[in-house]
Design a protein around this ligand. Structure first.
Ligand SMILES: [Zn+2]
Length: 212
């Protein structure tokens, strides 16, 4: 497994933890390496992730090497299986996106309005999945179906899962999602002017974004 991928996971894990996108031992990251996937281990804070203590799993989720993987590794491999354009996945319980996932009155096909251009560019389409207990592999089919439509998912009562061409791209999109979720709450109940479909479609489709 590439030493560069290991270093990238450690760098990004520490960065997103330091910036408050994860808390406690929540959050996990994965990077594709051919038919194998490097993923953060179970029971370890992203603040403490070590390059020599990462897990290696197969695309079917089987544990191949290293410590036991996060119990949410199946989310990562499900996205990587159906999105050949994606090479990395990041999942957090970041607070504003998680808060959106707890609302009862939102559209699962459009949980957060496209309030800014950067949301349109980096997230584009967001799909919210039904509730599954954390680590429940029964979510696999729903994750695969939604990931065929978009690289940005929101697990109900849980948090976002975002794929990208590389780890930095995935984290950029997740951070934009979190920021826009915060804007959504700041403007909730106020008259807003989200981007129109024409404005959204004006963006070039970068790799790792939606196939449509
Ligand atoms: Zn989680």
């Amino acid at each position: 497994m590439s030493a560069d991928a290991r270093r990238a996971i450690v760098r990004v894990a520490h960065s997103i933890h330091c910036r408050g996108l994860t808390h406690g031992r929540t959050g996990n990251l994965a990077v594709r390496d051919g038919e194998r996937v490097l993923v953060t281990p179970t029971g370890v804070s992203l603040a403490d992730v070590d390059a020599d203590q990462l897990s290696v799993v197969a695309l079917d989720g089987a544990h191949l090497e290293g410590p036991p993987p996060t119990k949410e590794a199946f989310l990562h491999v499900a996205m990587l299986r159906v999105r050949p354009d994606a090479n990395a996945v990041v999942h957090t319980h970041s607070v504003h996106a998680a808060a959106v996932s707890c609302l009862s009155d939102i559209d699962a096909d459009n949980p957060i309005p496209p309030l800014t251009a950067y949301y349109g560019m980096r997230v584009g389409t967001l799909r919210m999945l039904p509730y599954y207990a954390p680590g429940d592999p029964a979510a696999t089919g729903a994750v695969e179906d939604a990931a065929r439509v978009t690289h940005a998912l929101l697990l109900r009562n849980h948090g976002p899962v975002v794929a990208g061409v590389d780890l930095d791209t995935a984290v950029d999109a997740l951070e934009e999602l979190e920021h826009t979720a915060q804007l959504f709450f700041l403007t909730r109940g106020l008259a807003t002017s989200p981007l129109t479909s024409a404005q959204l479609h004006a963006f070039a489709t970068p790799s790792g974004r939606n196939p449509s």
